[in-house]
Design a protein around this ligand. Structure first.
Ligand SMILES: *[C@@H]1O[C@H](CO)[C@@H](O)[C@H](O)[C@H]1NC(C)=O
Ligand SMILES: *[C@@H]1O[C@H](CO)[C@@H](O)[C@H](O)[C@H]1NC(C)=O
Ligand SMILES: CC(=O)N[C@H]1CO[C@H](CO)[C@@H](O)[C@@H]1O
Length: 665
């Protein structure tokens, strides 16, 4: 008895020492805690059970490393609606956390910063709110930080400037306010920074240009003001800054030169980082580490006011104060112009693609197998997406993103990692040309088309596994022209006359490009011009969709497409006799479209009536316009519609000719 007591006494220090280790929860316990938080109703993570081994592959979305520790959690697009628990910070070996495209709410727990091995943090497209924890600045291995499309508020923590390995920082579409921290200029690995669609204000820090690897900087749609640092000119098209009414600068398109206050020779009235300390006694310098970003921001204001009260009059303070009043002024003046989705220009870098699911190409249905067609390989590869990217963009082809379906394809809306909105067209491989060389030729044509009036192809992906080919296009926020036909009186969608005219001009330019003018060497017949294939971008510019698409498709599919187009009245009459589709058939379809835009109706039977009567063109014009149109323009367009839809293809004008007619006053 006494010996046992002695034994225990002797071992007490050891037991005490061991107890925290023994008490620390296993990864299984941590995962279960995470599950209850992410998916409180146990609807989606049913495979995560307390009696299984998380590393056995039984846990959906959990991947372990060779040492048997949880290394990745990939639960994107799973419908999770809970919140992110602090317990996640205990998975010390985690390298990737992918929780984007869910409906998670709540805040990001600061404990997440304990994940010191984490490379990728994807929390984008959720409903997370609150501040971005400044502790994230301690996650020294972080390479990709995706927090876009949430409801984060507060300011961007200056500590993010400590993330030496950070490659992508995406914060767009939140409600972040405050200034852009100059510390972000320290990020020597940063290639992409997206801060667009927030409420950021103040100047763009000059030091941002110090981030030498930066290729893409998007600050659109904020309330930034002041002189744009000249150093950012090197980004050229990679720098997007519209919808910041207070920005000025020279040699930046669409910016006015700065007035005296924002004299380019004195780059900025102040820099955000130095903002709170300039011209103030050292004793009131706020301690950065102790206050949250928001209070940091408030402090700055208070200190500046204090400076005024104490009458500290010096040139620096004066400029700070005038800068502040400019702030206030700009914030009051803040004009919210257009909330349009502007599909971005950035292209998907393949090396940033998450390798969670590898490319699914294999021989048999692989237009890009090694060694073939090397001459075009490079161009095609630049358009290549991997399946993971497409799945991620469309939330695994979730129903909520389905825009439409026909016998040929399913059409989904999606968001790429860079935040741009796209449309993914999924075509079954049985609808594609069976001959690979032919299919490849078609792809080559598709990828070669580039014109401001054609919907831009972002890329494609062919998955043998899914038996589908995906075409990724820019999203056109205003839908297709067919939505603007057959409207009732007073409908808000009724297009104004000038918009109709500019749409016609745009379609003409697009077709003219396809027909071998304006830079293209070979003429291409579109074959499927219709109101459904004319899309409208944010500014109601017309974009021709599906250009070259039929070049990818099997003959019977092409045939049934033509049949559908005939049913809608777009197919030129000679097709029934010649069986040929020519440039002049596109002209015919264009004529039908012009007629539809004039009348506002999809029904084209009236067209034949007008031809027979040759009556005044004014009768043609949509009554919904209530007379608000130009009679001479209407006559010209009516004439073009009739000429283009002439029975005989030889009588129809060429697109060049049409363009000339259109441009004549
Ligand atoms: C975790 O994900 C990363 C990046 O997606 C990948 O490189 C790594 O191999 C994955 N680790 C495991 C154990 O699956
Ligand atoms: C703050 O401003 C001073 C000059 O006023 C400058 O020397 C210093 O580098 C600045 N610090 C930061 C962090 O920008
Ligand atoms: C200044 C500006 O363009 N503000 C817009 C930014 O985006 C939001 C949401 O898209 C709009 O509501 C604002 O008007």
């Amino acid at each position: 008895m006494s010996s046992l007591l002695l034994y225990l006494l002797l071992n007490l220090p050891l037991l005490l020492f061991l107890s925290p280790i023994l008490a620390s929860p296993s990864e299984l316990d941590i995962l279960m805690a995470i599950k209850y938080s992410l998916d409180p109703q146990n609807r989606f993570l049913t495979s995560w059970t307390p009696h299984a081994d998380p590393c056995s592959g039984a846990f959906e979305g959990v991947a372990c490393n060779e040492q048997g520790h949880v290394a990745n959690i990939s639960l994107q697009g799973k419908g999770l609606s809970g919140s992110l628990p602090a317990a996640v910070g205990e998975l010390k070996n985690l390298t990737g956390l992918y929780l984007h495209f869910n409906a998670l709410s709540g805040t990001i727990p600061k404990e997440i910063a304990n994940l010191s091995s984490l490379n990728d943090l994807y929390l984008n497209v959720n409903n997370l709110y609150g501040d971005i924890p400044r502790e994230i600045g301690n996650m020294s291995n972080l390479q990709v930080l995706q927090l876009c499309y949430n409801k984060f508020t507060g300011s961007i923590p200056t500590e993010l400037g400590n993330l030496e390995r950070l490659n992508v920082l995406a914060l767009q579409y939140n409600q972040l306010s405050g200034a852009i921290p100059a510390s972000l200029g320290q990020l020597q690995s940063l290639t992409r920074l997206d801060l667009s669609f927030n409420n950021l204000f103040g100047p763009i820090p000059v030091r941002l240009a110090d981030a030498l690897k930066l290729e893409s900087l998007d600050i659109q749609n904020n309330s930034l003001s002041g002189n744009v640092p000249a150093g950012l000119r090197r980004l050229q098209g990679g720098f997007r800054y519209i919808n910041n009414p207070g920005l000025c600068g020279i040699e930046f398109t669409n910016l006015v030169a700065c007035k005296s206050l924002f004299d380019p020779s004195k780059p900025e009235p102040f820099e955000p980082d130095n903002f709170s300390t300039k011209g103030l006694p050292a004793s009131v310098e706020p301690k950065d580490e102790k206050c949250s970003d928001e209070s940091h921001c408030k402090n700055s204001w208070q200190y500046s006011k204090m400076a005024l009260v104490f009458g500290v009059i010096g040139i620096i303070v004066a400029s700070t104060v005038s800068g502040l009043s400019m702030f206030v002024w700009y914030r009051r003046q803040k004009q919210k112009i257009g909330g349009t989705i502007d599909a971005s220009d950035r292209h998907i870098s393949r090396k940033n693609a998450a390798p969670l699911i590898s490319l699914e190409y294999s021989n048999g249905w692989d237009p890009l197998a090694k060694g073939r067609n090397t001459y075009s390989q490079e161009i095609l590869e630049s358009f290549m997406f991997n399946l993971e990217e497409v799945e991620r963009a469309t939330q695994c082809f979730s129903e909520v993103n389905l825009l439409g379906k026909n016998n040929l394809s399913g059409i989904y809306r999606g968001i790429l990692r860079d935040g741009s909105v796209v449309v993914v067209k999924c075509i079954n491989n049985t609808s594609c040309k069976s001959d690979e060389t032919e299919f490849l030729k078609g792809l080559k044509i598709l990828t070669s088309l580039k014109h401001e009036n054609l919907v831009r192809l972002r890329g494609f992906c062919c998955s043998k596994g899914r038996g589908e080919c995906f075409l990724v296009y820019d999203f056109a926020p205003n839908g297709s022209l067919s939505q603007y036909l057959d409207l009732k009186k007073g409908d808000t969608k009724i297009l104004e006359w000038s918009t109709r005219v500019s749409i016609i001009h745009g379609i003409a330019r697009g077709i003219s490009y396809l027909h071998g003018k304006r830079g293209r060497k070979q003429a291409l017949v579109h074959q499927n011009i219709s109101a459904g294939n004319v899309l409208l971008d944010a500014h109601y510019n017309s974009l021709l969709a599906d250009s070259g698409l039929l070049k990818l498709l099997a003959d019977d599919v092409v045939f049934s497409t033509l049949k559908a187009s005939a049913a809608m009245g777009y197919l030129a009459p000679e097709y029934t006799t010649t069986g040929c589709v020519t440039l002049k058939s596109d002209i015919y379809a264009f004529g039908v479209l012009v007629f539809q835009l004039l009348t506002g109706k999809s029904d084209v039977t009236q067209l034949y009536h007008y031809r027979a009567e040759a009556s005044g063109y004014n009768d043609m014009v949509d009554v919904n316009l209530e007379g608000r149109f130009s009679e001479s323009e209407a006559a010209k367009l009516g004439n073009i519609a009739l000429l283009c839809t002439h029975e005989s293809p030889h009588e129809r004008p060429s697109m060049d000719h049409v363009m000339q007619e259109l441009s004549e006053k």
